[in-house]
Ligand binder design. Structure first.
Ligand SMILES: [Cu+2]
Length: 195
């Protein structure tokens, strides 16, 4: 019985430890355009490279592009390949700062989001998404608030769909381990009480 108890403890420990490496969030390690890069012409695709595999999750994975004055620029659905997320982009417009905002499903099952900017140094031929208006104009920007709502909704979805929080793993492991110990003790004591 002591052997069984030991095996159980080892199994429980292994469960907790094996979950360990996967608990780290993905971190952005490279991109194209690079962070704070100056580009003369519009990139045809935006690329984000992470330190770990990105999970293919259409509901969570989003990449948006915001241009000068808060204009929104069309980006395609993100494509996930191992550690890399790419999105096709339309030609950009006025020179200025463009910000890539992303949200991806991390290897550990958590949504991870961040943003980075690059600078377009020459005007491009593109136009922003139809209906998009500068967010800093005097009139409220419907596209901006819509986008904010979409992001908030996506965030909420991501929170509810984004895998188990860390504490669930630990709580689950603790409960399993505790139940196992109780059962093991009960079995190991049974012969003594009878005899
Ligand atoms: Cu996490």
């Amino acid at each position: 019985m002591r052997r069984a108890l030991t095996a159980l403890l080892v199994a429980g420990l292994a469960l907790v430890l094996s979950a360990g490496p996967a608990l780290a969030h993905n971190v952005l390690v490279d991109s194209s355009p690079k962070k704070d890069a100056q580009v003369e012409s519009s990139p045809t695709e935006l690329k984000l490279v992470f330190d770990q595999q990105v999970q293919a999750a259409d509901l969570v994975n989003t990449v948006t592009l915001t241009g000068p004055g808060g204009t929104r620029w069309a980006t395609d659905k993100p494509k996930v390949e191992n550690n890399t997320v790419t999105v096709a982009a339309t030609p950009l417009g006025p020179a200025g700062e463009y910000t890539i905002a992303f949200r991806i499903l991390s290897a550990d099952g958590h949504p991870v989001g961040d943003k980075l900017s690059f600078r377009l140094t020459k005007d491009g031929p593109g136009t922003p998404l139809s209906g998009a208006k500068p967010a800093d104009s005097a009139t409220p920007a419907p596209s901006g608030s819509e986008a904010a709502t979409v992001t908030a909704v996506a965030g909420r979805q991501a929170d509810s769909n984004g895998g188990f929080p860390v504490w669930v793993w630990f709580a689950g492991a603790a409960v399993l381990l505790g139940a196992g110990v109780v059962i093991a003790l009960r079995f190991s004591r049974a012969p003594n009480t009878r005899g």
